[in-house]
Design a protein around this ligand. Structure first.
Ligand code: 3HC
Length: 286
């Protein structure tokens, strides 16, 4: 499979990452089939795409006609069989190995033998996900960043059996949808989350231990190191449940230096998951 052979892209999962990936692929001219398990999730994915495209039109990064064409290229479905003709599929379901393996097993049965299967996993092993398929050489990590339509980078992750051809295709596809790439080996957290998650957890601990107020911690890191968001604001943006899942995987695989902060666990237990629930470390209008 070469980049030129890709006409239809499948996206499994219409949540934050999935709808963003569907949007950038459609904007780049691909026909996209976006699948989630229930119609309400598919509809919510389309709502997010509409809001995001509107925002890009307002910012004059897209014309209304380009946005309309992109929107028209995305088909929604709850039936995985509708991905049968996809040339490349990006999986963006929940960060649970069992769920991802089940999706990959089904995709392996559904899609043609040449189809490349990519996972957007943030910390889980590409090799373990690929092991349930008969095509581990055609499985690759394509780790997009949130918010997908705005962030410029994609991490390309090589599993134990990923072929050079699949890696090259993964890089070429990410570039075709307007992103720049870097390579990472299949080790927990790859590059970004291996470094980002301890940074966020240290920010949470600093807040919990009274080093400074939350706004001062975020101001300190944004003004002091020129990043767009401080650790607490960024955690709310990503979703505290996503941060905790990623942190727990890193802790399990890499030991004590990756222990998630206590206050992060307490917030998730309380259901305060960040922007998406209206409260995390900060409060948000919904
Ligand atoms: N589509 C979707 N969301 C968009 C968007 C678009 N076209 N444009 C902006 N956003 C989002 C922002 O998240 C935020 O949400 P809200 O308004 O709904 O509350 C809002 O829109 C802010 O919009 P602005 O136009 O005011 O913001 P800016 O253009 O100044 O920048 C930002 C927003 C790009 C998110 C910037 O703050 C930033 O770069 N922050 C850091 C983001 C980051 O580090 N992301 C990577 C996280 S790690 C990751 O994703 C890996 C995963 O595995 C955990």
């Amino acid at each position: 499979m070469q980049l030129e052979d890709i006409g239809t892209v499948g996206v499994v999962g219409a949540g934050t990452m999935g709808n963003g990936i569907a949007q950038v692929a459609a904007t780049a001219g691909y026909d996209v089939v976006m699948r989630d398990v229930e119609q309400q999730f598919v509809s919510a994915g389309f709502d997010a795409i509409d809001r995001s495209l509107d925002r890009l039109v307002r910012k004059e990064e897209l014309t209304q006609a380009e946005a309309d064409r992109a929107r028209g290229r995305i088909e929604g479905t709850t039936d995985l069989a509708d991905l049968r003709d996809a040339h490349l599929v990006v999986e963006a379901v929940t960060e649970d190995m069992g769920v991802k393996q089940s999706v990959f097993g089904d995709l392996d049965d559904t899609c043609g033998p040449e189809t490349v299967l990519a996972t957007n996993t943030s910390t889980l092993s590409i090799t373990t996900i690929a092991s349930v398929t008969d095509r581990p050489d055609r499985v690759v990590g394509l780790h997009f960043m949130n918010p997908v339509p705005v962030m410029k980078g994609v991490e390309v992750v090589e599993g134990e059996k990923t072929s050079e051809e699949t890696l090259a295709l993964g890089r070429a596809f990410a570039q075709a949808v307007g992103k720049e790439t870097w390579d990472a080996d299949d080790k927990p957290g790859f590059v970004v989350n291996r470094i980002l998650m301890p940074w966020i957890n240290e920010g949470v601990r600093a807040y919990d231990e009274g080093i400074a107020g939350k706004a001062d911690i975020d101001r300190g890191m944004t003004l002091g190191t020129n990043v767009p968001m401080g650790p607490l604001e960024l955690a709310d943006h990503i979703g505290l449940d996503v941060v905790l899942d990623a942190s727990e995987t890193l802790h399990e695989e890499l030991g004590d230096r990756y222990q998630p902060a206590y206050l992060l666990k307490r917030k998730v237990a309380a259901g305060d998951l960040g922007k998406k629930t209206g409260a995390g470390f900060y409060e948000y209008e919904r």
